[in-house]
Design a protein around this ligand. Structure first.
Ligand code: GUN
Ligand code: ZN
Length: 425
């Protein structure tokens, strides 16, 4: 069974930060079979080559690769938009009490299902999430993703200090539980396990070393953590690790720096940290709604991209204030403006799709519309509200037609979503 899907099909031939906005292409259709894209091109040619295909015609709607959220905390779904705190207070006041509830499998499953409903309705087809310290939270996440056949990444969050009783493991149990969950879930269908020390302040050196050795034993897994998000946090790391050269060194000296490392936030970086991150080709994950919401700072997208860093885009739910990658692109635009760089809509859209896929080392599978890629698609109504519709009436280029949706769009702009070649109704 083949599907011929028609609309304004957006794809990329290169990274627009390097190649310019012309790295994007528009065509009229694609054909999907067995969960993959088997052809892309003009409607006439596709009709001729695949006359028996079932046709779904989205008219002037935009068809893109589904959005990829490269850093989220699904267990924070229920406490998103909690008022008035900065990072450490916010963790202690809102986050940790909520994460305690995930020892209960039923609660974890309920939130995981709600999380996927919310993200898919916002056009996000893949996510890379933290779970909690509880194995139940990992099983709930991967179970809910498998039921939807979504390509996902996640891991058990490890913490053995500076967190409440009931939300701590140990160096040994973090290693053992992570290893068991890794062998249970990694490579099962579209699931990938990610080794997940939360951040240096909540792990002892023993725990960081244990997870470093787990990563060395499983080098095809990604590793995710947080890095240099807030200045108070960095000062705390300096107190906790007096002999470390800098924040990154607290990971580096325990085998937690490498290609396949995902470093969330990465705002207040020292020159040594930047050069080591670039040298090993690590991924930096930009979480702009979180960075403004928690008051963390302004990520240097222009400078870091120019220096060749691998960068993905993410909501950081629920430090981030939205489940929407459209809203996240808007925040990335605003943060970059405050640093004197106007990100082109082509660059923003690339970050939310192919850029995040590159950051997750999955750009051969997802994040673009091209022959052989997995058929995860989002269909966007470019006139989804009266405010957006009136702003696009004079658009003379595709980017002028898309930018109002980036800046003002929400889940009302999501006309449809396809996951692994199946339309999600
Ligand atoms: N640093 C350590 N844990 C977290 C978290 O849950 N959210 C954010 N934004 N930063 C963190
Ligand atoms: Zn985070």
């Amino acid at each position: 069974m083949r599907d011929l899907i028609l609309g304004q099909v957006l794809s990329y031939t290169a990274d627009p930060f390097a190649a310019g906005p012309d790295a994007a292409r528009l065509t009229e259709g694609l054909v999907v079979e067995g969960g993959k894209i088997i052809a892309v091109g003009p409607a006439d040619a596709l009709h001729r080559s695949y006359p028996e295909a079932t046709v779904t015609d989205y008219g002037t709607d935009l068809i893109s690769a589904g959005f990829i959220d490269a850093h989220a905390h699904y267990p924070q779904t229920a406490m998103i938009a909690s008022w008035g705190k900065r990072l450490i207070d916010w963790l202690n006041t809102y986050t940790f009490p909520e994460e305690m509830r995930f020892s209960n499998q039923t609660y974890a499953e309920d939130v995981a299902n709600r999380y996927f409903d919310l993200t898919v309705s916002n056009g996000t087809t893949s996510v890379c999430s933290y779970c909690t310290i509880h194995s139940e939270s990992v099983d709930a996440f991967f179970g809910a993703a498998a039921a939807r056949n979504q390509r996902v990444w996640a891991g058990k969050t490890c913490m053995d200090r500076n967190a409440p009783d009931g939300l701590q493991d140990t160096a040994q149990s973090a290693y053992d539980d992570s290893a068991r969950l890794l062998s249970k879930w990694h490579g099962q269908g579209r699931a990938s396990y990610v080794i997940t020390p939360r951040f240096s302040p909540t792990s002892t050196e023993d725990q960081l070393a244990a997870l470093g050795s787990l990563w060395a034993d499983n080098p095809d897994c990604l590793m995710q953590t947080h890095l240099s998000e807030q200045t108070d946090e960095i000062a705390w790391v300096r107190d906790l690790f007096p002999s470390a050269r800098d924040y990154l060194d607290t990971y580096e000296r325990h085998g937690l720096l490498g290609r396949g490392g995902l470093y969330g936030h990465a705002i207040h970086l020292e020159p040594r940290e930047k050069s080591r991150l670039a040298e090993v080709d690590a991924s930096l994950i930009h979480c702009p709604t979180s960075n403004t919401f928690i008051g963390s700072g302004l990520f240097d997208m222009g400078g870091l991209k120019a220096a060749g860093h691998r960068i993905g885009l993410a909501t950081d739910t629920g430090g981030g204030s939205s489940f929407s990658m459209l809203r996240t692109m808007a925040a990335a635009y605003e943060v970059a403006q405050l640093r004197g760089r106007s990100l082109h809509p082509s660059e923003l859209w690339w970050l939310a799709t192919a850029g995040s896929a590159q950051a997750l080392h999955a750009d051969h599978l997802i994040g673009n519309i091209a022959h052989g890629m997995e058929a995860d698609l989002v269909v966007i109504n470019l006139a989804s509200t009266p405010a957006i519709a009136q702003a696009t009436t004079r658009a003379s280029t595709i980017w002028e037609a898309i930018f109002p949706t980036i800046m003002m769009g929400d889940d009302r702009a999501i006309r449809d979503v396809w996951i692994a070649g199946k339309r999600r109704v």
